[in-house]
Write a protein that binds this ligand. Structure first.
Ligand SMILES: Nc1ncnc2c1ncn2[C@@H]1O[C@H](COP(=O)(O)OP(=O)(O)OP(=O)(O)O)[C@@H](O)[C@H]1O
Length: 261
């Protein structure tokens, strides 16, 4: 089973490397088929952690590897989705999904097939010829997901992808995200400010505390898997276990005394 691993990773920005590190001695392992969310206060290093996993920055200490091989930069095995969907507004929905495949030298017929397949998976089969500027925020994020998944990455790295959406669209996106995660067999790493989102979606939630950014709490959950097995999402989110988990994680975010369990 393929895995993305951070082992004893620390990160300082800048050449001087003075002061406290942004991340200190962070270790985590993301296997395909797992869904890890990272939560924590502003400035705790969540985006920095995703940037390390994506290969956009290199660690100051420790190792980032995929299947034991050092990560030296971004790669097609790790697709990234940002809050700002980073689409080309003047291009068609289909072209936005197919473009990264074109850049990788994949032939036109395969590109068209993959774009069709993943746009159908996110429910946008009837919008392929529209321009991105004609879509709603939720639809644009679905294009971003289709684009990331069309490359069939082993790992899907997401930085607050749903942060700009209204609550109802966000709930729908949770259910879609779980289905896509199951269908793609990717390992998912999600940065989010929503504790509820983390508890519902993840097989594992990591809490970072700031200054220096470090892991102070980890927990495993099965709510997402239970949704995929057919349980009602609203009923799951109302369960006492769900509410207790949410409160525990909020306490872990705001109380420094709670340490890794
Ligand atoms: N490119 C950079 N150069 C220098 N410092 C940076 C850079 N990116 C982030 N930082 C600093 O690193 C720390 C962690 O930032 P990061 O964006 O990783 O945190 P975060 O938990 O994602 O925050 P937020 O929840 O506000 O998005 C902050 O103090 C930030 O100012």
């Amino acid at each position: 089973m393929s895995s993305l691993n951070l082992a004893g990773v620390s990160l300082h920005y800048g050449p001087e490397q003075t002061g406290l590190p942004v991340l200190q001695n962070v270790s985590l392992n993301l296997a395909r088929g797992e869904f890890i969310s990272v939560i924590g206060r502003s400035g705790s290093g969540k985006t920095s952690l995703l940037n390390l996993a994506g290969g956009f920055v290199a660690p100051s200490a420790g190792r980032v590897t995929v299947d034991g091989k050092p990560v030296t930069g971004p790669g097609p095995d790790r697709a990234v989705v940002f809050q700002d969907d980073a689409l080309y507004p003047w291009r068609s929905v289909r072209d936005n999904v197919a473009l990264p495949l074109k850049l990788r030298g994949i032939d036109a017929a395969t590109r068209a097939e993959k774009a069709r397949e993943w746009l159908a998976a996110v429910g946008l089969q009837d919008h392929q010829d529209k321009h991105v500027w004609q879509l709603s925020g939720g639809q644009r994020q679905r294009v971003g997901l289709a684009r990331a998944l069309a490359s069939e990455p082993e790992f899907l790295l997401m930085d607050e992808p749903l942060g700009a959406l209204d609550a109802m669209t966000r709930d729908q996106m949770h259910e879609l995200l779980l289905s896509l995660w199951e269908e793609s067999h990717a390992g998912a790493l999600l940065i989010t400010h929503s504790v509820e989102e983390a508890v519902f979606l993840s097989t594992s939630v990591i809490v970072l505390a700031p200054t220096p950014g470090r892991i102070v709490h980890r927990e495993e959950f099965e709510f997402g898997r239970r949704y995929l097995e057919g349980e009602d999402p609203r009923a799951l989110k109302s369960e006492p276990e769900f509410i207790d988990a949410r409160e525990r994680l909020l306490a872990a975010i705001y109380e420094k005394e709670l340490v890794d369990g």
